[in-house]
Design a protein around this ligand. Structure first.
Ligand code: ZN
Length: 271
C-alpha cells in the first residue's frame, strides 16, 4: 500500500527488512526509487500506480546492493538510473549472476530484472526527469556510488541505507581506506541540508519527521565515534532495545568491531 509522506511523495513499505520504496510524482509519470523487494509487493505497487492512473517515468537505485536493484515487468520499461559508480559496481558484481543463497535472498524475490541500471554522467547533480528537482548527494559510505536524494521542494530526504532507526551504520569495510571517516563525512553533508528536510525516508526502517533528521544524524555519528574508539556504543538499535526482528544487528556490530580491530592490528605490525 502506498502511503503519502509529503506533498506528491509516497512510500511503499516491504515486509522484507522494512524496506522503503519511494514514489515521487512528476509531470509525465512518477520517479520510483528502490522499487521494492518481494515479487507480490512489487506487483502490488505497480497495481496501486496504474489504479491511480500513474506510470513510472524513471527508476533510481540508491546503491549497488541487491535489495535496492530489483524491478518487476508490471512497472514498465522506464530507464532505471544509478550513479555512474553504482552502475559500474553492479555490472562488475553481477557479471556472473548472483548466488541467491549466499546473499540470503528469499525465494519470493524476482531476480530476472535485477541490476539493469543505466549510468548517469559521473558528475550528475540531479536526476534527469520531468518533476520536482531531485538532488543527488553521492558518497562512498555503506556502498560504492551510494546516493542520498534530496527533494527540497517537497522537504524530503531519501537517505538510502543511512539514517535508519533500526539499522546501525553498516560500513563498506573493503571498499575504502577509511570507512569510518568516509561515513562521518557524509553525515556532515547531510547535516548541511537537514534544514531543508521535513521527512527522512531510510532504505530500511521508519519514516522520520523533521525532528528525526538531526537526531538520526547524531545517533549514527555517536555510533561511528564509539566504533572508532572501540567503546560500547550503547545504541538502542543494538541489544535488547532493538526492535522486534532486528536482533541480528548486534551481530553486524560485532563483525564491524572485529574487522576494524584486525585492521589496526595489521597496520601496527612492522613488516
Ligand atoms: Zn545496502
Amino acid at each position: 500500500m502506498l502511503r503519502p509522506v509529503a506533498d506528491g511523495v509516497l512510500v511503499h513499505e516491504s515486509e522484507f527488512c522494512q524496506s522503503n520504496a519511494v514514489v515521487v510524482q512528476g509531470g509525465g509519470g512518477v520517479l520510483l526509487i528502490d522499487a521494492g523487494v518481494l515479487g507480490d509487493e512489487l506487483a502490488c505497487l505497480a497495481n496501486d500506480l496504474s489504479d491511480s492512473g500513474q506510470t513510472v517515468a524513471v527508476g533510481f537505485s540508491t546503491h549497488p546492493h541487491w535489495d535496492h536493484l530489483l524491478w518487476h515487468p508490471a512497472l514498465g520499461r522506464a530507464p532505471r538510473y544509478g550513479t555512474a559508480r553504482c552502475a559500474d559496481t553492479v555490472r562488475d558484481r553481477l557479471s556472473n549472476g548472483i548466488d541467491a543463497r549466499r546473499f540470503g535472498i528469499p525465494d519470493e524475490v524476482p531476480l530476472d530484472l535485477l541490476g539493469l541500471i543505466t549510468d548517469l554522467p559521473a558528475d550528475a547533480a540531479r536526476i534527469p526527469w520531468d518533476g520536482p528537482e531531485v538532488r543527488i548527494i553521492e558518497h562512498q559510505a555503506h556502498a560504492p556510488g551510494h546516493a542520498a536524494l534530496l527533494v527540497a521542494e517537497r522537504g524530503v530526504l531519501v537517505a538510502g541505507d543511512l539514517l535508519s532507526d533500526v539499522l546501525i551504520p553498516m560500513l563498506d569495510l573493503n571498499g575504502t581506506v577509511d570507512p569510518i571517516q568516509d561515513y562521518l563525512a557524509v553525515l556532515r553533508l547531510l547535516d548541511g541540508v537537514a534544514g531543508d528536510v521535513d521527512v527522512v525516508v531510510p532504505g530500511h526502517g521508519s519514516v522520520g519527521g523533521a525532528d528525526q533528521v538531526r537526531a538520526r544524524i547524531e545517533q549514527d555519528r555517536a555510533y561511528l565515534h564509539a566504533l572508532r574508539d572501540a567503546h560500547d556504543p550503547s545504541d538502542p538499535r543494538i541489544g535488547p532495545s532493538a526492535k522486534d526482528g532486528w536482533d541480528w544487528v548486534a551481530g553486524v556490530h560485532e563483525r564491524q568491531l572485529q574487522h576494524l580491530a584486525q585492521r589496526s592490528e595489521r597496520a601496527a605490525t612492522p613488516r
